[in-house]
Design a binder for this molecule. Structure first.
Ligand code: ZN
Length: 397
């Protein structure tokens, strides 16, 4: 089973009409993806283990204790109607890289693990990188157990229904202590690469904020314009202000989710609740962007007699990947370009505990988290070669 055969076998799992994928944690599609991974790992003589948090590991061990291991891999879950590459490319490439290492006759002096992290997208339970956060202790297991999906099912119940023990959830310092470094290969999610493979420098700081615009619900026909307190108007001005502020600070800002109360065609809304996602190369730019958007929202709300409140729902500081490992990879790969990303990854979570680096494979359109996400097969095969070369260097010295 080479790269292309593995890709062909994995592709139909969880595929929906329209071409995207729905591979949510602890569903039938997730179970099929995990079974596919266990079979491919078994075919290669790797030892498959599941940790206490639902993360899978396939080990190519060396004699003696599992110490100073090189870890690679990624995730198999998806966003709703997500592309085929985000996550699976890293897992398939890791297995294909092992085949290449064996063809090259490489004899590792330390173990190699391929990880499949659980709930990386947070698509079902709302917290991204949940598996790696649990493993590293970045989230309280009590909170994780109680996270609910859209139907009110908890992470604990969903996990138990799929045959896993939710009582065992929590940090695993012993597992982490055996890992010397982590290298995650991932499809690039913008149009930042003009060669097949690059090395990540950093993950931009990013956060989520919630705006509540509270006005006065009223009749759309009988309420004079001058008598209105319509929260939709300052909301609309805030969306435009977000775009302008982001442009001024070389950030990105997105308002992609909005709840309108009562959401009627012939009613002036009483409340508009909207979420802002902002990311930038550094914390100062993110903070300055959000401050400007907030000021614009407050000014517009005041002009329309509407109250506005802003709450920060999450914030993640900048992640700078391990400089030594990053430079070693870039050099080993013959001077591969080094670039930052605006997307979060398990590698970002692991980087607080072990030297971590990422390889990106070119995305010709830049589309991601959508069915049209794509990478050319030739670039993916170059990615496999690059990963194998990077792993060979790390495994043999
Ligand atoms: Zn991903």
């Amino acid at each position: 089973m080479g790269y292309e055969e593995m890709w062909r076998d994995l592709l139909p799992i969880g595929r929906v009409s329209g071409g995207g994928h729905r591979r949510f944690s602890w569903t039938a599609a997730d179970r099929e993806c995990r079974a596919w991974f266990a079979e491919e790992a078994g075919r290669r003589g790797l030892t498959v283990e599941e940790d206490r948090n639902g993360n899978l590991f396939a080990w190519w061990d060396v004699p003696g204790e599992r110490r100073d291991a090189v870890l690679t891999g990624s995730h198999l879950d998806s966003v709703p109607d997500g592309g085929a590459f985000d996550g699976p490319l890293g897992v398939v490439s890791s297995l294909a890289a092992i085949d290449l290492l064996r063809e090259r006759g490489v004899t590792p002096v330390r173990p190699l693990g391929v990880a499949v992290f659980a709930e990386e997208e947070g698509a079902r339970f709302g917290v991204a990188c949940l598996g790696s956060r649990l493993l590293t202790g970045a989230i309280d297991p009590v909170r994780a157990r109680g996270l609910r999906d859209g139907d009110g099912v908890t992470w604990a119940d969903a996990m138990a229904a799929d045959g896993h023990d939710p009582e065992a959830l929590g940090p695993d310092p012993d597992l982490l202590a055996g890992v010397g470094c982590f290298v995650e290969l991932h499809v690039e999610q913008g149009r930042a690469l003009d060669v097949p493979v690059g090395v990540a420098s950093a993950i931009w700081p990013h956060g989520r904020w919630r705006f509540d615009f509270t006005g006065q619900g009223n009749h759309a026909g009988t309420t004079l314009l001058r008598d209105r307190h319509d929260p939709m108007l300052p909301f609309a001005q805030t969306v435009l202000a977000a775009r302008d502020a982001a442009a001024r600070h070389e950030a990105v800002a997105t308002m992609g989710k909005v709840h309108v109360t009562p959401n009627g065609v012939n009613a002036i809304p009483s409340i508009v609740r909207a979420w802002l996602d902002t990311r930038a190369p550094d914390d100062t730019a993110v903070r300055a962007t959000v401050a400007e958007i907030r000021a614009a929202a407050e000014k517009a709300a005041g002009e329309h007699g509407v109250a506005v409140a802003l709450a920060e729902e999450s914030y993640t500081q900048v992640v700078d990947f391990h400089a030594g490992l990053r430079d070693r990879l870039a050099t080993t790969l013959g001077g591969a370009p080094v670039l930052p990303t605006g997307a979060g990854h398990d590698a970002g979570i692991l980087s607080a505990h072990v030297p971590t680096a990422m390889l990106f494979v070119r995305n010709p359109t830049g589309v991601s988290h959508a069915p049209e996400e794509h990478a050319e097969t030739g670039d993916c095969l170059t990615g496999v070669e690059a990963l194998a070369t990077a792993l060979e260097d790390l495994l043999t010295s």
